[in-house]
Design a protein around this ligand. Structure first.
Ligand code: NDP
Length: 245
């Protein structure tokens, strides 16, 4: 009997991570849901199971290397293997640099960059041992384009792209391990809730209306990347709302 493939998804309590967990579960993956808000993870696990999927959860802070190591171990314990790691957890408290929101800069570096690195560390030895696996890291259009207010957030998302591409180049061609960057434009999620800079919020309020992407649009892109034949590595998916410049 074929073993069920498994995926870890960080930031699964909301938005893109939540939609990705459902998408991968519907494609037959056993999913391990990770985030800090336990009640949301329980709710999602139940929803996936009611739809006939297989899910488990682990309360995890991606800024803790120990938590992330334990997350990888939990996936192996629960499902026997890790086929896909989606490093999705992130936050985006945009601000102008002269506001000196140093605490927010620190949090973005810790979650958006270090969280991804710890996620790679949690699964890479296992994937190299199996000679198989797929690491998907969520960057952003902001990892390509810088706008006023996005300096630090963009810095973290440029870093995610650099780290993922560097990893891809280092992976042994003899092994079936892949690395993919997913770079979304504006998606309707809770991501902007962490913005505290009133000037940024005022700018958002006066912006022209645009139909944002849904989290499910990104989840489908991730589903596409993971289901390619093993000689295909989707390096990056850049996906914007049609109306976004
Ligand atoms: P949400 O705010 O809806 O989700 C963010 C997720 O990250 C939550 O599940 C949250 O869970 C988790 N998270 C935050 N901090 C931590 C932490 N320390 N440890 C564990 N989990 C954490 O935003 P999105 O779904 O939009 O964002 C997902 C990713 O997509 C992010 O990396 C974001 O930068 C990226 N992105 C989003 C875009 C958008 O327009 N929405 C555009 C481009 C990229 P909890 O609080 O429970 O821990």
């Amino acid at each position: 009997m074929a073993t069920t493939k498994s995926a870890i998804i960080t930031g699964a309590s909301s938005g893109i991570g939540q939609a990705t967990a459902k998408e991968l579960a519907s494609r037959g993956f056993a999913v391990l849901l990770a985030a800090r808000r336990e009640e949301r993870l329980v709710e999602l696990k139940n929803e996936i199971e009611q739809a006939g999927g297989q899910a488990a959860y682990k309360v995890t802070d991606v800024t803790s290397a120990e938590d992330m190591k334990a997350l990888g171990e939990a996936a192996i314990e629960q499902f026997g293997q890790i086929d896909v790691m989606v490093n999705n957890a992130g936050l985006m408290p945009l601000s102008y640099m002269n506001k000196l929101k140093i605490e927010e800069w620190d949090r973005m570096v810790d979650v958006n960059i270090k969280g991804v690195l710890y996620g790679i560390a949690a699964v890479l030895p296992h994937m190299e041992e199996r000679e198989e696996g797929h690491i998907i890291n969520i960057s952003s259009v902001a990892g390509h384009d810088i706008t006023p207010g996005s300096a630090v957030y963009s810095g973290t998302k440029f870093a995610v792209r650099a780290i993922t591409e560097g990893l891809r180049q280092e992976l042994s061609p003899a092994m079936n391990i892949r690395a993919t960057i997913v770079s979304p434009g504006a998606v309707a999620t809770e991501l902007s809730d962490t913005i505290t800079d009133q000037d940024i919020l005022d700018g958002f309020a006066s912006g022209s209306p645009m139909k944002f992407l849904e989290a499910e649009d990104i989840a489908r892109a991730i589903g596409y990347a993971v289901e390619q034949p093993d000689y295909v590595d989707v390096n990056e998916i850049l996906i914007r709302p049609r109306q976004q410049k």
